[in-house]
Design a protein. Structure first.
Length: 221
């Protein structure tokens, strides 16, 4: 998942950032830093458990509860700010921005749903760890989308598919959380199919229009 994140955002963000060429508003940099921090936190948590240091894992997990909320908040902000900046710079039409906005909101909403469930079941490791994995895969929609692989779903859902295979081999059956989560992710993918539908864009235009009115009252075309 970390590799997919860096591969997807390398051409447009991480590469230019290392070259000192990533001219982005501070909100976008904050969003990037928070999401990279989530991946780092996830890696640390996995390493601690693999070393048998469960107490430390749970201690850091308390920080993770707050951090997950930060991921959600900055994700929602970036979902609006990104399309707004592209419209303001004349790079996107309002319709394109509206479609992108709803897809971004879908991803962060699915993340939030899995994350809240993971926190509710944090005392049940078999449920908790699978829900955290599903929440993170929801976030991978953005970097994998930028890779534009020919088999998008297979690449995006690869971490879940690998985990399901692991369940099948080690446990003899796939955990019900993965089955339900897989369905939720697929259903959440539906808005991409509706990208150009008028009813879909109408909702996106309305939401983006409210944001544009608050941030930049001048008309955008």
């Amino acid at each position: 998942m970390i590799a997919l994140t860096f591969a997807g955002f390398w051409p447009s963000y991480f590469g230019p950032l290392l070259r000192g060429e990533a001219a982005r508003p501070w909100l976008i940099h904050l969003h990037g830093a928070v999401f990279v921090g989530w991946m780092a936190l996830l890696l640390i948590e996995v390493i601690l458990v693999s070393m048998g240091r469960v107490r430390q894992h749970r201690t850091i997990g308390n920080i993770g509860m707050v951090y997950g909320c930060l991921v959600f908040i900055t994700g929602v902000i970036a979902a609006f700010a990104g399309p707004f900046l592209h419209v303001r710079n004349g790079e996107w039409s309002l319709d394109h921005a509206a479609g992108f906005l709803l897809i971004s909101l879908r991803a962060i909403t699915v993340f939030g749903s899995f994350f809240v469930a993971a926190m509710a079941y944090r005392r049940k490791p078999e449920l908790h760890k699978r829900l955290i994995l599903l929440a993170t895969v929801a976030l991978l929609f953005a970097p994998v989308g930028r890779l534009n692989p020919p088999v998008f779903l297979a690449v995006w859902l690869a971490p879940v598919l690998i985990a399901m295979l692991h369940d099948r081999v080690k446990r003899g059956r796939i955990h019900r959380v993965f089955v339900l989560g897989f369905v939720v992710l697929i259903v959440g993918f539906t808005p991409v199919v509706l990208w150009e539908s008028e009813s879909y864009l109408r909702v996106g235009r309305t939401l983006l229009g409210i944001f544009l009115t608050i941030v930049a009252p001048q008309p955008c075309r």
